[in-house]
Design a protein around this ligand. Structure first.
Ligand code: M6R
Length: 589
């Protein structure tokens, strides 16, 4: 799962590819590379590490056409050899996706004499292209993709043709039309500021891009045109505004994210009501943090609308033959709108007759294109790999969506309550002091986040965030389940962070606090329940949050656990915005 970009035309290809790759780094950053055409020769540059490492190597490259790649390793460790492009017999290829039948193809190619230089699945593509090449690159691509199983966005150049040939299946690919040159990329940000119009290629499309034009062919190799749309990608550089990390900046933008999401909801409410008419069952799905937001959305739907709701990670949902009909609404929650599992789950739900509601921060994405309706999250660009303000925005969007399902009376009550929340989140952020708890967590052998009901869903988010950016092991756990096994892990080196934001369940979670203390474990409490504050004040680390409606408390406790993770990662000196092994947008299975 990677970012790819290509250019051909009168401009400086090296500069354009480097700029595009920098804007695509959120898709992977363990290695980067590019291949350029000049004087009928391919020049290859690739390096393990960040895109920045390519800059000095590209200084002297003079070329009119190139293809570039920033990698998130799936097959083969991050290394110079496994970095793309891959080269064979005067053809270079970059790939985003996974070639699932690569092992069989590789064995066949090796027995035919091909010499492999990497451990990647992608390298089979360049050897297949070389084998299929008879003087026409697009024809070779057409033959090659017939042999591939899995997902791919491919770009290829070859020494004897002045063009870029591309193909897509289940991985996004966008063509950009410029003045004096044309572009192709996996995502719009790569094209920011470069061209006025773009076309989104469809599954099965193969295309050739020259300096003068773009020819697209569909899966039957019939010439097609794909609609031109304005290029909305913004090239403005997003500064840190005095913050040491994007994560902190973005956490501080949480009140704005919620406020803007609530405002944006006004514009879609009527359409959403219409789409949801007659819905008898709701399924919510997503991955990672978006799944954690979906878990809370499920409780909103059940509690406000009294409609049966289920929540499943998208990766599970797509393979479980879900029970769905045309009275089912599936809320697909995704910051990027491009997460492969979530997009495929949505596609499956649609094919089974469900209505799909995309809850996303990316208003032009694979998910919005296929959805029946869109509920925008208006968090603005989120650069840090760890999701923060988009999560809270998703909670706001799901809260209002569930209230819409519940009818006018509940909706107007909820709309009033949530309008007051941005100010309460600001107050939370101003008063949060996580420094000492962050030190405790940073030096723990494991951190357990515990809670019941909505607090449990937030506990999952706290534990994911801590693991993701600080690399401290831990788990989110329902506090009632602790005594059924996990308690065995508790010792003096562990810390348990207990969330208590629902007065009616406070005494239950307080039991968990006592159970951990009795085993010598360290405990901290995050709460806005007065009784819990009184009980634990002065006895253990206590993080007090402003009092708040129980359904909206996750918007405060969510910020609190995210901030705790941030501070713990800072204590440990981690590379917070780009944690190891991860990427912002996960477009492979
Ligand atoms: O773009 P999406 O919301 O679909 O991404 C889903 C997950 O990959 C994402 O939330 C991931 O878990 C975050 N890095 C967590 O902070």
């Amino acid at each position: 799962m990677c970012g790819i970009v290509g250019y051909i035309g009168g401009g400086n290809a090296a500069e354009i590819i480097l700029g595009g790759l920098k804007r695509l780094e959120y898709r992977g950053y363990d290695s980067a590379g590019a291949a350029f055409l000049s004087d009928g020769k391919i020049q290859l540059v690739k390096k393990q590490g960040r895109v920045e490492k390519l800059a000095p190597l590209l200084k002297d490259v003079r070329s009119f056409a190139g293809i570039g790649h920033t990698r998130w390793a799936t097959h083969g460790e991050p290394s110079d050899a496994n970095a793309h492009p891959h080269l064979s017999d005067g053809i270079a290829v970059v790939h985003n996706g996974i070639i699932e039948n690569y092992a069989e193809l590789k064995a066949e190619l090796i027995s035919g004499g091909a010499k492999f230089l990497s451990d990647t699945d992608s390298e089979v593509v360049v050897h297949l292209l070389a084998k299929n090449y008879g003087g026409n690159l697009i024809e070779a691509m057409r033959k090659t993709v017939k042999a591939l199983e899995g997902s791919y966005a491919l770009m290829a150049i070859c020494e004897s043709e002045n063009k870029i040939v591309v193909a897509r299946y289940k991985s996004p690919l966008i063509v950009g039309y410029g003045d004096g040159g044309n572009f192709v990329a996996s995502d719009e940000p790569a094209l920011a500021g470069l061209c006025r119009d773009i076309s989104i290629l469809e599954d099965g499309d193969v295309a050739e891009i020259t300096a003068d034009g773009v020819n697209i062919f569909d899966k039957y190799f019939k010439p097609v045109t794909r609609a031109k749309e304005p290029n909305l990608a913004v090239s403005a550089s997003l500064g840190l505004e005095g913050c040491p990390h994007y994560m902190l900046k973005e956490l501080r933008e949480t009140p704005l994210s919620v406020e803007a999401t609530v405002r944006a909801f006004d514009g879609v409410k009527d359409n959403l009501s219409t789409v949801l008419k007659g819905v008898k069952r709701v399924i919510l799905t997503g991955c990672g943090t978006a799944y954690h937001a979906a878990l809370i959305g499920k409780r909103y739907v059940e509690c406000f609308a009294r409609i049966p709701a289920e929540c499943e990670t998208a990766g599970e949902f797509r393979y479980k033959n879900p029970v769905i009909d045309n009275s089912t609404a599936v809320f697909a929650v995704s910051q990027s709108g491009e997460t492969a599992d979530t997009v495929e789950a949505a596609r499956l739900a649609l094919s089974m007759g469900a209505k799909v509601i995309a809850v996303t921060n990316s208003h032009r994405s694979e998910l919005t294109r296929l959805a029946t309706a869109v509920v925008p999250v208006a968090a603005g660009p989120e650069i840090c790999v760890a999701a923060t303000k988009s999560y809270t925005g998703q909670l706001a969007a799901l809260y209002l969506s569930a209230a819409t399902l519940a009818g006018d009376e509940i909706y107007s009550e909820c709309a009033k309550k949530i309008k007051a929340i941005p100010a309460v989140i600001s107050e939370t952020l101003e008063n949060l002091d996580m420094r000492s708890l962050a030190h405790i967590c940073a030096s723990s052998s494991g951190v357990y986040f515990l809670g019941r009901d909505l607090d449990y869903a937030v506990a999952l988010e706290g534990s994911l965030k801590l693991k993701e950016i600080s690399y401290v092991a831990g788990e989110g756990y329902p506090s009632g389940e602790l005594k059924h096994g996990t308690l065995a892990l508790i010792d003096v080196n562990t810390t348990s962070v207990v969330l208590i934001t629902d007065k009616s369940l406070a005494s239950k979670s307080e039991n968990a606090v006592e159970q951990v203390l009795s085993r010598g474990g360290k405990v901290a409490v995050i709460t806005n329940v007065e009784e819990a504050e009184e009980r634990f004040a002065g006895k253990l680390p206590l993080i007090s949050l402003p009092a708040c409606d129980k359904f909206l408390s996750p918007l405060l406790s969510g910020v609190a656990v995210q901030m705790l993770a941030y501070k713990a990662a800072a204590v440990l000196g981690r590379e917070i915005d780009k944690p190891r092994n991860l990427a912002k947008s996960v477009t492979v299975e």
